[in-house]
Design a protein around this ligand. Structure first.
Ligand code: NAP
Ligand code: FE
Length: 375
């Protein structure tokens, strides 16, 4: 097998990694720090960053208005703010929402975009983005190790990924202690997202030996932690989850994700289900459908055995952990399907589900009529 591994980010993981590598944080004279309202400060990462910037005489401005599933309009506002204030590098601190926003801000601030949607026109974002530094405070998306920026469009019901060869971070700092301020349920949900990346990447036709190695490393770490059924997460658990999430993020930079992701987007945008839980609901279906093809079955068994699990256990345990309870009418299910039926992810696994199967899957989990019949 041949492969190409092109991950141009210096990834530094470990306790106090920012303090120990201050020069890797500084990529200019004036930073724009991109965060949400709460997580960056609560995690301690924001003060670690500003301490280093202050000690080194680097000025900064703060944009702390990023919300979950970052809206394109918000990141456009942040990009204009960065440009108007002559920022010359971007530091994204937070979960996937703040890190994804930071990649878009870096592109907007470096180009003359008239409208937010211009970000999806590669000719209009041809100038290299500002240098980016990413600091995760969740252990889930792995955004720090890939160039994807998942944004919510102004209609508020569609997500569209912005990506460019300039969207890789110069440096990613992974200090697991920043995830200690996360709630138990957000820790589980974000871990489920990382597991989704690992498994969906492994089954992708684009997977290669290198991406599979990353998937297995990530999948095993997360599976071991979650199947310990911990009452609370220890420092060791958080270290394993953080490093695993990063590895899985790098794996999907090679392969992309599979169909649980778009099916989950509708639950997130229409019903507020956190991203990782929204994907994990569909992992039993992902395993069931892919097991119908000889290639899918064999890849799933290979992955399960490499991480010390079984396909049966995974298909029961992952949806159960997601904890999503919803009842949807036929019209609501149709809307869920309509929003995501054109996604490219369906072709990214051995078994390609069709629109009717998407309907069946939503119906099986959430269908009001079905639930009534079973009652
Ligand atoms: P998130 O939306 O970034 O954060 C979820 C919540 O947790 C927010 O309310 C956030 O608060 C809070 N939070 C974050 N870190 C915290 C901490 N250490 N302590 C306390 N609260 C904290 O969640 P996420 O799951 O990490 O990211 C999801 C987003 O990433 C989605 O938009 C998804 O589509 C995208 N995504 C991207 C990729 C990729 O490869 N780039 C992959 C998968 C998903 P604040 O808002 O106050 O910070
Ligand atoms: Fe994801």
């Amino acid at each position: 097998m041949s492969f190409c591994l092109d991950i141009p980010t210096r990834i530094i993981s470990g306790n106090e990694c920012i303090k120990q590598n201050p020069s890797a944080l500084i990529h200019g004279n004036k930073a724009v720090i991109v965060t949400g309202k709460h997580g960056a400060a609560a995690s301690g990462a924001l003060s670690d960053v500003t301490d280093i910037l202050n000690e080194n005489g680097v000025s900064y401005i703060l944009f702390s208005e990023v919300t979950e599933n970052p809206p394109l309009d918000t990141v456009f506002k942040a990009g204009v703010f960065a440009k108007d204030n002559s920022s010359d590098f971007v530091i994204g601190i937070g979960g996937g929402s703040a890190m994804d926003a930071a990649k878009a801000v870096a592109a907007i601030a470096a180009n003359n975009l008239k409208n937010p949607m211009d970000i999806y026109d590669s000719e209009k974002t041809a100038c290299p983005s500002l240098p980016i530094v990413l600091i995760p405070t969740t252990a889930g998306t792995g955004s720090e190790a890939n160039p994807y920026s998942v944004l919510t469009l102004p209609d508020e019901v569609h997500k569209k990924t912005f990506t460019s060869r300039f969207s890789w971070a110069k440096t990613a700092f992974i200090d697991p202690k920043y995830t200690s301020s996360l709630s138990y349920q957000t820790t589980v949900s974000t871990a489920l997202d990382a597991f989704a990346h690992a498994m969906e990447s492994y089954l992708s036709p684009k997977a290669n030996d290198m991406s599979k190695m990353l998937s297995v490393y990530a999948g095993k770490g997360i599976w071991d932690v979650l199947t310990e059924y911990p009452d609370s997460f220890t420092e060791k658990h958080r270290e394993i989850l953080s490093n695993s999430a990063c590895a899985a993020g790098a794996a999907i930079s090679i392969t992309g994700t599979g169909f649980p992701h778009p099916l989950g987007y509708s639950l997130t945008l229409l019903y507020g289900v956190p991203h990782g839980s929204a994907c994990a609901v569909f992992h039993g279906d992902y395993i069931e459908y892919n097991s119908r093809s000889a290639e899918g079955k064999s890849k799933l068994e290979e992955f399960a055995s490499a991480i010390g699990a079984s396909t049966k256990l995974m298909s029961e345990y992952l949806p159960a952990l997601s904890g999503v309870e919803l009842t949807l009418s036929d019209e609501e299910i149709k809307k869920c399907v309509d929003l995501i039926k054109e996604a490219k992810n369906y072709r990214n696994s051995p078994y390609v589900i069709n629109e009717e199967e998407m309907n069946d899957i939503y119906y099986k989990h959430f269908g009001a009529r079905r639930k009534k019949q079973n009652a």
